[in-house]
Design a protein around this ligand. Structure first.
Ligand code: AHG
Ligand code: MN
Ligand code: MN
Ligand code: MN
Length: 319
């Protein structure tokens, strides 16, 4: 089944046709980005630009290219009120009659671009007609998806019910590869940047130490994986289980965390919860956070529910 047929089936089940059309537009944008990625080295789209984004990060050429693709895609849809991007200072007004805001991390894992390691795009859709409605808790999302550009291109999406996994076929159509994906439990594997170990909150230090000592959720020594592209790390967890953490630490606490609530934590949290997993800061459910600003950062702990709950218990005990 290709994506178009999948969306048609949703239409017959009463989903908003405007939202379904928007999802097709978003999917088409990710196909355009995958094409750009394939030839980036040959087109000289490597290294850094001279621009710094609102996050304080030096932009890569593909951060900018992917952002332009998404903004242009949003501008073709009358259903879109605002496009909101990690790479833009402010929201971009699209259509005065639009009812959905599209919020995105156009290129995730951009430090991996020059070394041909999987990167991604992350998208969130919320109902919002006015700029004053952009700051909503993640539980209000009506759609979230990520594209993973790896050996193959995957599109993983949810309307909040189940999570479906599409793979780009030889005709450049997204084809359903796995329906109603659930995060398996039982995989003793964590994903965290251990170079920051000395800085982590104590409950996270204790949780990882216990996992390594064979005293974690599963009584065995844990394995570790860290791609450095959140999309790739979450995609692995969607298939294989385990836990992803970018927790609060002593250095990033003043910023609120490393990852962004609107562009990364909310859409990924929405997907992970729909796949039966957990999404927490350690202290609160990510999807219940009332955002105060577009570029707000948060601690992020995502993955198999039993693991996420184990981290939450350590935070609760430390109080
Ligand atoms: P982005 O490229 O969109 O700015 O996001 C990068 C994020 C995320 O993908 C990843 O998990 C994390 O940054 C990696 O951080 P470290 O460099 O600390 O490993
Ligand atoms: Mn960035
Ligand atoms: Mn990112
Ligand atoms: Mn990004």
């Amino acid at each position: 089944m290709i994506l178009k047929q999948f969306l048609n089936a949703k239409r017959e089940r009463g989903f908003d046709p405007d939202l379904l059309e928007l999802v097709q537009t978003i999917a088409d944008a990710t196909i355009k980005i995958s094409r750009q990625l394939r030839v980036a080295v040959l087109h000289g789209h490597v290294g850094a630009t001279e621009e710094t984004n609102v996050q304080g990060e030096v932009q890569k050429p593909l951060d900018v290219i992917a952002d332009n693709v998404f903004v242009a895609a949003c501008q073709t849809s009358a259903a879109v009120s605002f496009a909101v991007s990690e790479e833009q200072d402010n929201e971009i007004p699209v259509s005065a009659t639009g009812k959905y805001a599209v919020i995105f991390d156009p290129l995730d894992g951009s430090s991996n671009l020059d070394v041909n390691v999987t990167v991604g795009s992350i998208v969130s859709v919320i109902p919002a007609k006015a700029a004053s409605e952009l700051l909503q808790p993640g539980r209000n999302q009506v759609f979230a998806a990520y594209a993973a550009y790896g050996p193959s291109t995957s599109l993983v999406l949810t309307f909040g019910d189940d999570v479906d996994f599409f793979s780009l076929n030889a005709d450049e159509e997204y084809e359903l590869a796995d329906a109603d994906v659930k995060i398996p439990s039982g995989n003793a594997e964590f994903s965290i940047n251990t170079s920051r170990q000395n800085l982590w909150d104590k409950p996270v230090q204790d949780y990882i130490a216990a996992s390594l000592a064979g005293e974690g959720v599963y009584a065995k020594r844990y394995n570790m994986r860290w791609v450095g592209s959140m999309v790739a790390d979450i995609h692995r967890i969607m298939h294989r289980g385990g836990i992803f953490l970018y927790p609060n630490d002593a250095e990033i606490a003043k910023k609120g965390g490393r990852l962004r609530l609107l562009y990364e934590a909310n859409p990924m949290g929405f997907l992970v919860e729909a796949a039966g997993g957990g999404a927490s800061t350690g202290l609160v459910r990510i999807l219940d956070i009332q955002p105060k600003e577009l570029h707000q950062r948060v601690p992020v702990i995502l993955g198999a529910l039993d693991e996420v709950e184990a981290v939450e218990r350590r935070y609760a005990e430390a109080k």
